[in-house]
Ligand binder design. Structure first.
Ligand SMILES: [Zn+2]
Length: 262
């Protein structure tokens, strides 16, 4: 059917190439698009664990000297806006290159917990927050990716403030609660969760239980998400494009939030 519809005009005059309606609407600017990724640079926050390091970039050719501009970069998989593959915390789960492309497109649910995080850096998004989102916007769609909008992104440009380490070496920033993560994977069959802070587990976590719950169910996490406050609470779609590292535990991700202009 589609084939015929395309071939017939070709014989006459093929004025414009056909594209799935939604994609054409993105490309021609009729749909709104928000960039969910921060630019990579050497001052990006990263997980302050052993063997982790900052983003590095070195220019290896310049237009002036070489007639071509080119660089080389290195970074941990879990730096900047990035995706945790299901194999990050659980064995026998897909690596980043094994996540299906269909699973990287999903309805976006944005749960605004900025007020709760204002006076409590260690706030964890609760099931009650999900229930009040559902009271307003309807049931969380199956296969959604659920984002916590904590407001922590305001500190993105100050690594020390962003990781918020106390004198005892404990980090403090908001995350998801275990019960909310468990509810989402068991009761709502989500594809993953995301957050505008350093980790989906709150700063003081030592067990990374939220990572285990989501990865254990075959889901992924997206961390250090940018511009979440520009995305409507419901109705947007996520397109996530992680770098395809063979057997990787994750990697930097370019993310689009796509929605109808209101
Ligand atoms: Zn990660």
């Amino acid at each position: 059917m589609h084939r015929l519809a395309c071939l017939l005009p070709l014989l006459v005059a093929c004025s414009s190439p056909s594209a799935p309606a939604g994609l054409a609407e993105i490309a021609n600017g009729h749909l709104q698009v928000v960039d969910l990724s921060y630019p990579l640079n050497e001052s990006n926050p990263y997980w302050p664990g052993e063997n982790y390091s900052s983003f590095r970039f070195e220019t290896i050719a310049t237009l002036e000297s070489d007639g071509v501009y080119s660089g080389v970069f290195s970074m941990p998989e879990h730096l900047g806006t990035h995706l945790d593959a299901p194999n990050h915390f659980e064995a026998d789960q897909p690596a980043v290159d094994e996540i299906s492309l269909q699973d990287l497109i999903a309805p976006m649910v944005v749960v605004d917990v900025r007020d709760a995080c204002q006076g409590n850096a260690d706030y964890r998004l609760r099931t009650a927050d999900l229930q009040s989102w559902e009271a307003q916007h309807g049931r969380i769609p199956e296969g959604a990716v659920v984002f916590a909008l904590t407001g922590w992104g305001q500190y993105w440009d100050e690594y020390n403030r962003y990781k918020n380490e106390d004198a005892e070496g404990q980090l403090h920033f908001p995350g998801f609660s275990d019960e909310a993560a468990a509810f989402l994977v068991t009761e709502r069959s989500i594809k993953g969760i995301g957050i505008d802070s350093l980790s989906v587990d709150f700063g003081p976590s030592r067990t990374f239980s939220v990572h285990h719950i989501v990865n254990g169910a075959g889901g992924y996490n997206i961390e250090n998400v940018a511009n979440l406050e520009e995305v409507p609470p419901s109705g947007a779609w996520l397109i996530a494009a992680p770098v395809k590292i063979e057997k990787g535990s994750g990697g930097p991700v370019r993310g689009w939030a796509v929605f109808e202009s209101r």
